[in-house]
Write a protein that binds this ligand. Structure first.
Ligand code: DNO
Length: 385
């Protein structure tokens, strides 16, 4: 049993085409209906149409990433039941189209967060970076969040005035856009919406967020069981509470809570080595050892971080995560359960012909292909041992 490789494809507007993906040697893709507003039902026809495009390109649509969980569910507000019904309906429609693995996250308002999408690596390639001082500049100077100063170490706060004074208005605007962006291809949010959400989540806190998640998982349990669906939770990226928003999937303790709270098989994990790997105290092989039995999807990429937790995305085999060890563990898990675990080469650097092109941040073709080629080498080597 090996691992099944997949490529993320954002849909017909993705600058990386299905033909590019096919040429990279992929046989399956991970995709989503990004054009459907969060919370609306994914109809059978829409899913079928997307599936047809993928199939006609000689590929299979193996996993959905993501069916977004609407804020009404995450905050369990008055519209929660309506959106839960919509979610169940989307799940049924996916199952009717033969798609049974769904990736999702439970990060409040914002999906993944970076502060620089054009970080020059020593090689000249471009990668993504997260810097706490930049985030604090946004938090203190743009968001003007009350109590923000309590959430950063003194060293970071001390740097804020200088960093802010060095930032031209163009960079400040860019920083704002990057933080408010969320998933590429989907619309970002406004500073105002973020402020409102922060005050809602202040009431909810981590405990409340966990409860709301458990409520969500129980509400979709019958549908998942009837339709044979597996949900895979994507960890927080970065794995910390940021901007006063709680987070609930950042480390081993969180993941253990997750699998113990809802022991049903439909409650799975997407093991994202880049997201978890950014946590200064996260030991990934140890985490995988403990939660591997519930891992049904993996995102493989690497990060290089400093003591403060600032990090940039590194080459797939060359960051702080012992990728070869993780791959070895995933291979062993696949063998044990008699079913290959799917993974995708996550994020890649912008390099060669992709420099200067418009790409979805983190998702250029060549950098991902390089990462995948290295991962393939590692998989092949480990299988021959
Ligand atoms: C970033 C991605 C995330 C991921 C979602 C899953 O590149 O890994 O946006 O798709 O968090 O719900």
């Amino acid at each position: 049993m090996s691992l099944i490789e997949s490529w993320r494809w954002f849909g017909p507007n993705d600058p990386v085409s299905l033909s590019d993906i096919r040429q990279a040697g992929a046989t399956s893709v991970v995709s989503a209906l990004h054009h459907v507003p969060h919370g609306e039902v994914w109809t059978r026809q829409e899913i079928e149409q997307r599936k047809k495009i993928i199939t006609e390109a000689g590929l299979e649509w193996s996993i959905v990433e993501s069916v977004p969980v609407h804020e009404a569910i995450k905050t369990r507000n008055k519209d929660c039941e309506k959106y839960l019904e919509n979610y169940r309906e989307s799940l049924r429609n996916l199952a009717a189209n033969g798609i049974h693995t769904i990736c999702y996250n439970f990060m409040p308002v914002l999906d993944w967060t970076r502060t620089d999408l054009n970080f020059r690596l020593p090689t000249g390639a471009i990668g993504l970076r997260f810097d706490w001082t930049d985030l604090a500049v946004f938090d203190v100077k743009v968001l003007e969040r009350k109590g923000a100063d309590r959430d950063y170490p003194r060293e970071v706060l001390q740097e804020v005035p200088f960093r802010f004074s060095q930032m031209g208005s163009k960079r400040l605007e860019e920083l704002k856009e990057i933080i408010l962006m969320g998933v590429p291809t989907e619309k970002g949010i406004s500073v105002e919406t973020l402020r409102e959400s922060i005050s809602i989540y202040e009431e909810i806190g981590k405990k409340g967020l966990r409860e709301n998640w458990a409520y969500f998982m129980r509400a979709i349990q019958d549908t998942c069981e009837e339709e044979g669906l597996t949900m895979t939770m994507h960890p927080d990226d970065p794995p910390y509470a940021i901007l006063g928003l709680p987070r609930m999937v950042s480390n081993l303790e969180d993941l253990l809570f997750l699998i113990q709270e809802i022991p049903s098989a439909h409650n799975g994990i997407c093991f994202c080595t880049g997201s978890l790997g950014a946590g200064v105290n996260n030991n990934l092989p140890e985490i995988l050892e403990k939660v591997g039995h519930r891992v049904h999807f993996a995102h493989l990429r690497n990060v290089e971080k400093d003591m403060m937790g600032n990090f940039h995305e590194s080459d797939h085999l060359a960051g702080d995560v012992d990728m070869v060890k993780i791959v070895r563990q995933l291979l062993a898990l696949s063998k044990q359960r008699g079913a290959s675990i799917p993974f995708r080469p996550d994020h890649g650097h912008q390099l060669l012909d992709d420099l200067g092109k418009t790409v979805n941040p983190g998702y250029p073709a060549i950098g991902r292909l390089r990462g995948l080629a290295e991962l393939r080498g590692a998989i092949y080597g480990l299988e021959k041992l």
